[in-house]
Design a protein around this ligand. Structure first.
Ligand code: GCO
Length: 479
């Protein structure tokens, strides 16, 4: 069929997060975040790697923005470190921190690159964790709002796209169910309670933004892995529907409709896991002013599931998110369990490669929520090799991204309003748990601490490929 062209305003971009790139973890008055502390607990990250230096973007941001301009990026998504703005999470803002992002934003705009700002990408101030347990206390709501307001007031004249919470489903499940992120808790009841507070934070911030006449658009970024049934057996179709509601609609419905799916609410009540919802919560969450302008989609893969009889594994310590692809046999008794999908190839990190799944994700969001979608992440984590001539031949990444760009093109032709695509990631960066060997970037960052070329940047083949995609507005995919 004839494909609809990418819109002229399509935001071809790339993305990052503060902790994964900035480094300078004690400079410019920055306070410590929960990640600064967590990475120091032995055994939590691959070989104890941390973001103390990361890829030193804090000092090299101009070089990075120059590279973005060379690639022709139209947009760059990055996150602000709360602890640079409020070292202890609240109180007086820290001017040095505010200025760092001012300079970055101005540099982007000078290069005609649209800044897309993530307000929260997991690096909660440790002071708030210590004071009241972070996400487990409603005290975080005014503190987060104060932080967000400070950003809107300072940067709102130049920033038109705001992402509230990055992958709430991931940081809540890893933080409170699997203990693989801070605060390393394994307790589903606490997870759902903290997650509900996360929803209140998200809604409060969006409502404030809408009520105060800021220009631009705001929404969350959700890590959506659509669920497939293992086969055509009706019982497995039902399991896929369960998984979709449990893993995805549970979050996205709340953002857009202000309620949790009945099926999951009932399940939680039976299990004694339902978070408390006050009347005031309900009013806030259902208020259209608290609903997003777009859905941010982080897409990496799909999940395949099958029926799970009640004698299956428990959920407490299992990976129900599907995102990190670790415990394949996990699931939720009575609802679904993870199954193999023989049709899909896998990445070096065992994640399914599924470009059609992106088209499906876009279509499902479109039909269920009727919102524009900003693809805030998509990319391939892989081992890359730096050749002697400083070239990096990452044809596997080009192939991966090309197929996903085609899927977006198809989805646009299906009628989905996709406003942009910020790939993960621009430069290589710290993978939270996998250190620096899992690389996602268009730009290789040399992490050879022994050599004077440490932290040097080298564009990969995929950098030049993406440049040509952008220049042709998605017409020339280099085939
Ligand atoms: C990793 C992850 C991250 C995430 C990103 C989520 O390897 O640590 O893939 O890079 O994708 O931070 O928003």
């Amino acid at each position: 069929k004839e494909l609809t062209a990418f819109p002229k305003s399509f935001l071809w971009g790339s993305a990052s997060a503060a902790y994964q790139i900035e480094g300078a973890y004690r400079e410019g008055g920055k306070g410590l975040s929960v990640w600064d502390k967590f990475v120091r607990i032995p055994g939590k990250t691959y070989e104890g790697t941390n973001g103390d230096v990361a890829v030193d973007h804090y000092h090299r941001y101009q070089e990075d923005v120059d590279l973005m301009a060379e690639a022709g990026l139209k947009a760059y998504r990055f996150s602000i470190a709360w602890t640079r703005i409020f070292p202890n999470g609240k109180g007086e803002p820290n001017e040095a921190g505010l200025k760092f992002y001012d300079d970055l934003i101005n540099d982007l705009i000078a290069h005609k690159i649209e800044p897309v700002v993530t307000i929260y990408h997991w690096d909660l101030p440790q002071a708030l964790q210590d004071e009241y347990g972070g996400w487990e206390s409603r005290e975080i709501i005014p503190d987060f709002l104060n932080y967000a307001k400070t950003l809107f007031d300072r940067y709102g004249d130049r920033v038109r796209y705001w992402v509230t919470l990055n992958e709430q489903n991931i940081f809540m499940q890893h933080g409170y169910l699997m203990a693989s992120h801070p605060p390393a808790v394994k307790d589903p009841k606490r997870m759902y309670a903290a997650n509900h507070i996360g929803n209140l934070v998200n809604a409060t911030v969006i409502k404030y933004f809408h009520e105060h006449g800021y220009q631009g658009q705001i929404g969350p970024s959700f890590a959506y892995s659509p669920a497939y049934p293992a086969d055509a057996a009706p019982i497995n179709q039902l399991a896929a529907d369960n998984a979709e509601q449990f893993n995805s609609y549970y979050w996205m419905d709340m953002y857009v409709f202000g309620h949790y799916p009945d099926l999951i609410r009932k399940w939680q009540t039976e299990q004694g896991l339902a978070p408390e919802i006050t009347e005031a919560d309900d009013a806030l969450l259902k208020d259209p002013l608290s609903h997003p302008d777009f859905m941010g989609l982080n897409y990496y893969q799909t999940n395949t599931v099958a029926a799970n009889p009640l004698d299956g594994v428990g959920m407490a310590a299992e990976n129900t998110s599907g995102k990190k692809g670790t415990s394949k046999e996990s699931g939720v008794p009575g609802l679904f369990k993870m199954a193999k999908n023989d049709y899909l190839q896998k990445t070096d990190w065992d994640w399914n490669i599924d470009p059609i799944g992106l088209r499906i994700a876009l279509r499902r969001i479109n039909s269920r929520y009727q919102l524009p979608v900003l693809i805030t992440e998509n990319g391939l984590g892989a081992f890359d090799t730096l050749e002697a001539d400083h070239e990096i031949h990452d044809d596997y990444r080009i192939h991966f991204l090309r197929e996903h760009v085609k899927a977006i093109h198809e989805a646009i032709s299906d009628g989905v309003d996709v406003i942009g695509y910020t790939t993960w990631s621009f430069t290589d960066l710290l993978s939270w748990l996998n250190g620096y060997r899992k690389r996602y970037g268009f730009v290789y960052v040399n992490r050879d601490e022994e050599s004077e070329k440490d932290l040097a940047r080298y564009p990969k083949d995929s950098f030049y490929w993406y440049k040509q995609v952008i220049a042709s507005n998605g017409e020339d995919l280099g085939e």
